[in-house]
Design a binder for this molecule. Structure first.
Ligand SMILES: *Cc1c(COP(=O)(O)O)cnc(C)c1O
Length: 422
């Protein structure tokens, strides 16, 4: 595949790689590397594709904050009407800082603590996606103590195989997420009997990077059967939340578009009064960003060529963690000889690689753009090897804004204390 320049809003002009109207090399000169660079246009396009597909139907698109949680990006999406799917109180505070509407927030996660619940109740979130019978009891107590009623959806595990990487497959019985669909009715009945709980919906999230809609539609069928059984039990639901999971093209995957996927969902929902809730993460942000990195050294070892770059697994974990393939291109045209490079970072781990055996024309000092880096990129970054986390930049047409400063060396030890006596 010729790679990333074919992604929308990325282009080549006289050999130079551009994001919207801005040359990536100019950004590397201005802000240094490594850095994440996002396209506002791609973010808007991706979000709008969801809203357009659902026009005319009661719906709520809750962007999954964990995919990319920079507050400027949350702000941009909130302005377009997005709600948010959060998995911690930290993500909730980000949404609030970004001007997101708490009434459009759904709270997922298997381990919500009482204090997280309390905060979410105080700001008035839309709904708790409860993942166990035990959590329901704690939530009921917290809500009662606060003199409130907590709106609840039960995350059910429809036991469908999402057919994706085992680490990002979440809808099988053996996964830790949600409750088995056979147990759901009993838990709903318990919930309906709790005065501090208001049953409002059902949700599921079966996995991530799904390149085929079939498992999502199978999951929906099982949810709908449950909705009907609950109706008969006198527990009508107001919404059905299908989670996120729609895949993107990293290399040659052909995931359905949001439109194609949702037209099939809407067909199955015809005649049903429930609001449709979705929690897309990756499909909104992945293809909006590149990770920019500079080549520090070229090195040959036997037959092997290494490009040692200034970004590492602490900046972008997906290759190490999921053996993910991500497109890489030199940001400038080069007349260097083409070689097959392993692109590796400075971290002291053999698992620290960004790409293997890629045909590239490279000299030291050249910059590489890693495509589709917007989702599960910066949010999974760490300070491993005492490396400062990268800067984040948002480009909108010709406009450039630094949306997160590169961490400083002082940031690295912030909050640490020397011993009083040794
Ligand atoms: C991670 C997650 C999502 C988003 O998944 P994507 O594959 O990024 O769309 C949605 N809902 C829940 C509960 C999640 O954990």
């Amino acid at each position: 595949m010729s790679g990333g320049a074919s992604f929308s809003h990325f282009s080549r002009r006289d050999g130079e790689l551009y994001i919207e109207q801005v040359a990536l090399n100019a950004l590397a000169n201005q802000f240094g590397t490594p850095c994440y660079v996002y396209s506002a246009a791609v973010l808007r396009d991706n979000f709008d594709a969801y809203s357009r597909a659902l026009q005319g139907r009661d719906h709520l698109i809750c962007y999954a904050v964990k995919a990319c949680s920079n507050i400027a990006i949350l702000q941009l999406l909130a302005r377009r009407g997005a709600g948010f799917d959060i998995v911690s109180v930290g993500e909730l505070e980000r949404v609030l800082l970004a001007g997101g509407d708490p009434a459009k927030v759904v709270f997922s996660g298997v381990a919500k603590t009482a204090s997280e619940m309390r905060r979410a109740l105080d700001v008035g979130i839309h709904c708790f996606n409860v993942e166990s019978a035990a959590e329901l009891e704690v939530l009921a107590e917290v809500a009662a103590a606060a003199g409130q009623r907590a709106a609840v959806s039960l995350r059910v595990n429809p036991d469908v195989d999402a057919g994706t990487h085992p680490y990002i497959s979440t809808g099988l019985k053996e996964n830790k997420f949600g409750v088995a669909i056979e147990q759901a009715e009993a838990i709903y009945q318990r919930a309906a009997a709790l005065p501090s709980i208001e049953v409002v919906g059902v949700d599921c999230h079966i996995g991530s990077q799904l390149t085929d809609a079939t498992p999502l539609l199978d999951a929906l069928e099982r949810l709908l059967a449950l909705v009907d059984r609950l109706d008969e039990l006198g527990i009508p639901l107001q919404h059905i939340d299908l989670g996120g999971g729609l895949g993107v093209r990293y290399r040659d995957e052909q995931p359905p578009t949001a439109d194609a996927y949702l037209s099939q969902v809407l067909q199955r929902l015809e005649g049903r009064p429930q609001r449709l809730v979705l929690e897309p993460g990756r499909s909104i942000v992945a293809n909006s960003a590149v990770l920019l990195t500079e080549t520090i050294y070229l090195k040959q070892s036997g037959d092997k060529h290494f490009a040692i770059v200034d970004a590492a697994m602490n900046d972008m974990l997906r290759p190490s963690l999921y053996q993910a393939w991500m497109a890489l291109e030199n940001t400038s045209a080069s007349d260097a000889p083409e070689r097959l490079y392993d692109v590796v970072g400075p971290v002291c781990e053999t698992g620290d690689w960004l790409a293997k055996e890629r045909p590239l024309r490279l000299r030291s000092g050249d910059r590489l753009a890693m495509f589709s880096a917007g989702a599960y990129g910066f949010t999974m970054a760490s300070n491993y090897n005492s490396r400062t986390r990268a800067a984040e930049i948002l480009v909108d047409g010709e406009q450039v804004q630094l949306i997160r400063e590169r961490e400083t060396l002082a940031d690295l030890t912030r909050g640490e204390h020397l011993l009083d006596s040794v």
